[in-house]
Design a protein around this ligand. Structure first.
Ligand SMILES: Nc1ncnc2c1ncn2[C@@H]1O[C@H](COP(=O)(O)OP(=O)(O)OP(=O)(O)O)[C@@H](O)[C@H]1O
Ligand SMILES: [Mg+2]
Length: 431
């Protein structure tokens, strides 16, 4: 049975029977509005409905589904706009092998783009649960993976009743939206698991207060991240965009001059889009809250390395038994930000081929050491008013110490942060 939602009244087509291709500013507005709309509700249906409503400004569609992988080769499907027999309300968990989009769910392909799902053999194979494609009249489809920290957690499928509706260019926008919602759904899932186990603990021990405080912290953390994302997009991305607009308004002269200028603008746009992707990625220090310090550092390193052209070895070692996660959250976040900047510097300036991050306990302190084997920092660099100055401010605020050292023997740079473990009395509102 298929139910159409009221949102179907909205216009779903672009000009000339093809989906409209948004420009960079529209895409940014839409990502921001998606982030705002999904970071509130904790109910999957509502998250998806809000997501679909906002995504519509970016990619017109008649049906949207999110599939989340579950253990033992099964999956759950959440739908927006129209509800088919794929919906979790009809079948709780279905085998991934029977899914018409199993190629994406198994990680065999990077995405699926089809002009007509009715006839595209990719959806129709022996045992395929493809009936809803006909029932819901799904023709053009884009299917992209949902990933968190590189791990596949499901898929996002965007479908239209029209044939030949979506173009190749929309895939990257769909993937951006998928990355945005994946992080949130994952955090929601983990939050739900954490809450369930806390409830079980509560029943066993009757510690109501612990549960209340835990839930409060989770909410505060999510709220803080939302605000930070808004600020980052405002301060960084909007400033970039206005500069680009100003440059565009100066385009004049012959075709050669115009072409040169446009090429430069395109370059800037690429850079700007990279920044937005970075911010959206950074929106997930959920990893810090959910998995802890060393996982978050490792995730940051992996993220950076993905964008590097040269090969760099990296190593994260924690011999403190996860003690960093016992510190105040604000202290831990500040240390994480310091490590991020030190790693960024090593990659940006050091021309290194190896980065080692070590977390260790020594007496009543925790030390984090970031070593690279690059060109080595100079004494004069320490007068910097940028990243290094931020590092010093952050360490002061959490009553920690930072040392920069040029590694003469092996060459390279060492940044060492020493954090006192007794931070009970440290007042800190900076992270
Ligand atoms: N690991 C490193 N290896 C070599 N040089 C470094 C390293 N870290 C920092 N430096 C030097 O120190 C300078 C100051 O670093 P800092 O982080 O303060 O500024 P930046 O990275 O140039 O700018 P920003 O952080 O604002 O983007 C850098 O320009 C670079 O010359
Ligand atoms: Mg820097």
């Amino acid at each position: 049975m298929i139910k159409k939602s009221e949102c179907d009244q909205l216009n779903t087509s672009g000009e000339g029977g093809h989906a409209h291709m948004p420009n960079a500013a529209e895409a940014l507005d839409c990502y921001l509005s998606i982030a705002q709309a999904i970071a509130g509700p904790t109910d999957y249906e509502l998250v998806l409905e809000n997501f679909a409503n906002r995504l519509r400004a970016l990619i017109a569609h008649d049906h949207l589904d999110i599939v989340l992988l579950h253990p033992k080769g099964t999956q759950i499907c959440y739908e927006a706009r129209m509800h088919t027999s794929w919906s979790h309300t009809q079948k709780l968990a279905t085998p991934t092998e029977e899914s018409p989009i199993r190629d994406v769910l198994r990680g065999d392909v990077a995405h699926i783009l089809t002009d007509d799902a009715w006839t595209d053999p990719v959806f129709h194979f022996e045992g395929s649960d493809s009936k809803p494609i006909f029932e819901a009249d799904l023709r053009s489809r884009i299917v992209v993976p949902l990933r968190v920290q590189g791990e596949l957690i499901g898929s996002l499928a965007i479908s239209s009743h029209k044939k030949n509706f979506y173009s190749e260019d929309l895939i990257v926008l769909a993937q951006g939206a998928a990355d945005l919602v994946a992080a949130y759904l994952f955090a929601l899932e983990r939050g739900k698991e954490a809450k369930d186990s806390a409830v079980a603990e509560l029943e066993a021990t009757g510690r109501e207060r612990t549960l209340r405080i835990g839930a409060l912290r989770l909410t505060e953390g999510m709220e803080r991240e939302r605000q930070r994302l808004g600020m980052d997009l405002h301060d960084q991305t909007l400033a970039d965009l206005s500069r680009i607009r100003r440059r565009m308004s100066r385009v004049e002269g012959g075709p050669k001059a115009a072409m040169d200028e446009i090429a430069a603008i395109l370059n800037e746009l690429d850079h700007c889009l990279d920044e937005v992707r970075g911010i959206v990625e950074d929106m997930k220090p959920g990893v810090l809250q959910l998995f802890g310090f060393s996982e978050a550092v490792e995730a940051h390193l992996q993220r950076c390395l993905k964008n590097m052209k040269r090969r760099i070895e990296m190593h994260v070692e924690d011999t403190s038994n996860g003690k960093m996660d016992d510190l105040e959250d604000t202290v831990r976040t500040a240390v994480y930000r310091i490590v991020q900047e030190a790693v960024n510097n090593a990659l940006k300036h050091g021309e290194c081929s190896r980065i080692d991050v070590r977390i260790a306990q020594s007496n009543s302190n925790l030390t984090v050491t970031i070593d690279d084997n690059g060109t080595g920092i100079q004494d004069t660099d320490l007068q910097s008013r940028s990243g290094i100055s931020n590092i010093k401010t952050r360490t002061d605020l959490i009553s920690a110490q930072v040392f920069f050292e040029r590694l003469d023997g092996a060459a390279g740079t060492r940044v060492m942060i020493v954090v006192p473990m007794d931070t009970e009395n440290v007042e800190c509102d900076f992270a």
